[in-house]
Design a protein around this ligand. Structure first.
Ligand code: NAP
Length: 317
C-alpha cells in the first residue's frame, strides 16, 4: 500500500510516499481502508519531532474515515462498517495511507448520511471542541461562549457545537469569514485584528466559556472579558512560562484555565459517537475547504500552517 512517512524529523520535505506492507490489525484493532484523512497542525509538530512519536520511519496523519476491511479477534466492529477515528499518528502509526490499523477505542460508526471527507474533517477537531466546551467548560444552554479563531478547523466546529448546545456564541475571525460564521450559528463575529476587540467582546456579553487556541496572545484579554467563575479551555501551542505571569485578573474572576489535549481524551470513541449524531442531524457540519492526494500531503502540511481557510484540509488517497 502507499503511505506517507517521515524517515527523519524536519520540514514538509521529509515526507515521502512509500510502498509498504498493509498493517495487520492486533486483537483490539480494525484494519480500515482509508477513504479520507484530515490535516491538523499537530501533524507538523509530530513530524518536526516536537513530541516524540514512535520509531522512524513513521506514517503521518491523525484523522481517518473509511471502511473496515478486517477486524482483530476482540474488536467491536465488522468488516464493511463505515467508521471514523482520530488520535493516531502519535502512539500508533498515522492515517495518510491506503490502510490503517485503528485501535477500536479510537473509532466510532460513521452514519451513512455523513460522507467520508466530512467524517475525517470532523474527527480530531470535533473531539477537541467537545473536550474543551462540553467536558472542560461545562457549557450550558443560555450561557455565552467565546471562540477565538472561528474559521479554523477547531473553531468552525466549536462555533457550531456551542450553538447546538443552546449557548450564545461570540467568535473572532478575519472579515471575509463573518457571514459564513453567522450562518454556522455565531451571534456576534468580530475581526480579531480590530483595535477595539476587547470592547466589542464585552459589548456582546461576558463569556462563561472561552476556547482559546492562542493563550500567549489572549489569556490577558480572556481574564478581563470573562464572566465571574468562567472557564477557559486552552488548546494552542503556547509558551506557558511567558503567559502565566500575566494573569492577576484571573484570581479576581475565580477563573479556571483547563489545558486540553485531544490526545488525553479518556474515551475518544464515546465522544465520536456523540459527534456522529450531531453530524448526522446536521446540527454540526464540518466544512471541507479542499482535498489533497497522498502525493501532496507535504503541501497540505505547509498550507495548514500558512494559509487562511474556513474548515478543514482533507487528504483523499
Ligand atoms: N490541544 C489540543 O488537543 C488541540 C487540538 C487541535 C488543535 N490544537 C491547536 O489549536 C490551534 C488551532 O488548531 P486548528 O486545527 O483550528 O488550526 P487552523 O485550522 O490552522 O486554524 C487556526 C485559526 O487561527 C486563526 N488565527 C490566526 N491568527 C489569529 C489571531 N491573531 N487571533 C485569532 N485567531 C487567529 C486563523 O485565522 P486566519 O484564517 O485568519 O489565519 C484560523 O482561524 C493550533 O495551534 C493547534 O495545534 C490543539
Amino acid at each position: 500500500m502507499r503511505a506517507v512517512r517521515y524517515h527523519d524529523h524536519g520540514g514538509p520535505e521529509v515526507l515521502t510516499v512509500d510502498e509498504i506492507d498493509r498493517p495487520q490489525p492486533a486483537a483490539d484493532e480494525l484494519l480500515v481502508r482509508v477513504e479520507a484523512g484530515a490535516v491538523n497542525p499537530v501533524d507538523t509538530y509530530f513530524r518536526e519531532g516536537s513530541y516524540p512519536p514512535g520509531d522512524l520511519p513513521w506514517i503521518t496523519g491523525s484523522d481517518v474515515a473509511g471502511v473496515v476491511e478486517e477486524t482483530g479477534a476482540d474488536a467491536d466492529f465488522e468488516a464493511g462498517d463505515r467508521v471514523f477515528a482520530t488520535g493516531l499518528g502519535n502512539d500508533d502509526p498515522g492515517t495518510c495511507a491506503e490502510y490503517v490499523a485503528v485501535p477500536d477505542d479510537l473509532a466510532a460508526t460513521l452514519p451513512a448520511s455523513v460522507d467520508f471527507e466530512t467524517g475525517a474533517a470532523g474527527a480530531l477537531v470535533g473531539v477537541t471542541a467537545w473536550q474543551s466546551l462540553v467536558d472542560a467548560c461545562d457549557l450550558e444552554p443560555g450561557e455565552r461562549a467565546l471562540v477565538h479563531g472561528g474559521n479554523g478547523g477547531v473553531g468552525h466546529v466549536a462555533v457550531q457545537l456551542a450553538a447546538a448546545t443552546g449557548a450564545d456564541v461570540t467568535t473572532t475571525a478575519a472579515p471575509e469569514y463573518h457571514d459564513r460564521l453567522a450562518d454556522l450559528g455565531a451571534e456576534t463575529v468580530i475581526d480579531y485584528a480590530a483595535d477595539d476587540l476587547e470592547e466589542r467582546i464585552e459589548a456582546a456579553g461576558a463569556p462563561d466559556a472561552i476556547l482559546d487556541h492562542r493563550l500567549d496572545d489572549y489569556l490577558g484579554l480572556d481574564c478581563r472579558v470573562a464572566a465571574f467563575d468562567a472557564d477557559v479551555a486552552a488548546i494552542g501551542n503556547t509558551d506557558l512560562e511567558a503567559t502565566f505571569p500575566n494573569v492577576p485578573a484571573a484570581r479576581g474572576k475565580a477563573l479556571t484555565v483547563h489545558h486540553v489535549s485531544m490526545f488525553n481524551t479518556p474515551d475518544v470513541a464515546a465522544v465520536l459517537e456523540r459527534l456522529a449524531r450531531l453530524y448526522e442531524r446536521g446540527d454540526v457540519e464540518p466544512v471541507v475547504d479542499r482535498t489533497y492526494d497522498l502525493a501532496d500531503v507535504a503541501d497540505a502540511q505547509e498550507d495548514v500552517l500558512s494559509e487562511s481557510f474556513l474548515g478543514k484540509l482533507v487528504v483523499v488517497p
